[in-house]
Design a protein around this ligand. Structure first.
Ligand code: SF4
Ligand code: SF4
Length: 289
């Protein structure tokens, strides 16, 4: 525990408090619970050696001494969204990294969470050279094998580097990656900003069913398009993908296009998205053109 606490020394709050240590972070959460400022606080607790998402409650304040954070990442904001859908009046406290905060901004824009009901303790967890993407420690680049480098896409590539392949080669490399897909839906299920009740990826009019890999490249292109104005580049999808498909790179390209066309940098603020004109209720009913 002590070792883990040493990894992250600078939690800070964007709300009323300034905190500088683990203990003050716990004190802050305790105070919010005790004063009724939040009904529950979502953070992490070590369970049998694993940091797991946990919600802390007023009726067990002593447990807040177990509130920690470390390198493990879960979409706490996705859990908060599900709780808020069932209990819209509930006040929720949340431990957030930069990526969680960007996801929260998107969830506010899309009315999935009410910012008036949220309190956050923000954790300054991005000391890496990748800070320009507000990336996190997850991106200690892994080394990929020579075969993947030869026929696929290196997950650590920047968009510009991937675009240096000829169009045909790029296409073939992406096909190689997409053909590894197991259709497990892990990328969708972990994504903090995937909140549609009806998912395009399971709609037989959009994507043929009954095969693994799922229809190539449509399955992945449908999801990529759908992430326009939503993806906040947290990388959790790629983290979850058992086939190591460079999903983050694909969605980064989509986000770049959104920024180029609309001047909209997803997740950096809570202004309306250019895609809000689609409305909150997304329907897959065919519409006449
Ligand atoms: S990086 Fe992946 S998990 Fe994160 S917001 Fe984008 S699509 Fe969702
Ligand atoms: S997590 Fe990977 S393998 Fe699973 S559906 Fe998504 S892309 Fe396919």
């Amino acid at each position: 525990m002590e070792e883990q606490m040493k990894e992250w020394l600078e939690p800070y709050s964007t709300t009323d408090y300034k905190t500088s240590t683990f203990e003050t972070m716990q004190e802050q959460a305790k105070e919010w619970l005790d004063q009724g400022k939040v009904d529950l606080f979502l953070g992490y607790k070590m369970v049998q050696g694993h940091p797991l998402p946990h919600f802390f409650k007023k009726d067990n304040l002593d447990e807040v001494d177990d509130l920690i954070f470390g390198q493990a990442r879960y979409s706490l904001e996705k859990i908060a969204t599900k709780i808020a859908a069932e209990h819209p009046e509930m006040k929720i406290g949340l431990l957030v990294r930069d990526c969680n905060q960007r996801a929260l901004n998107v969830l506010y824009v899309w009315n999935q969470l009410n910012p008036d009901n949220m309190e956050t303790i923000n954790v300054n967890c991005c000391p890496s050279k990748l800070k320009k993407h507000a990336d996190c420690s997850y991106l200690e680049p892994e080394k990929y094998g020579s075969y993947k480098k030869m026929v696929g896409i290196d997950n650590n590539m920047e968009v510009e580097a991937a675009e240096e392949f000829s169009q045909e080669e790029r296409y073939n490399r992406w096909l190689y990656e997409f053909q590894k897909c197991l259709k497990c839906y892990g990328c969708r299920d972990i994504c903090p900003v995937c909140f549609c009740k009806e998912c395009s990826l399971e709609h037989p009019d959009l994507i043929a069913t009954g095969s693994i890999p799922p229809e190539v490249p449509i399955f992945h292109l449908v999801r990529a398009v759908h992430m326009g104005g939503r993806c906040i580049d947290c990388g959790l999808c790629e983290d979850a993908c058992p086939s190591d498909i460079p999903l983050r790179l694909l969605y980064r390209k989509v986000s770049e296009t959104v920024e180029d066309v609309f001047g909209y940098k997803t997740g950096t603020h809570t202004d309306q998205s250019p895609f809000n004109l689609l409305g909150d209720e997304v329907t897959l009913e065919p519409k006449p053109l």
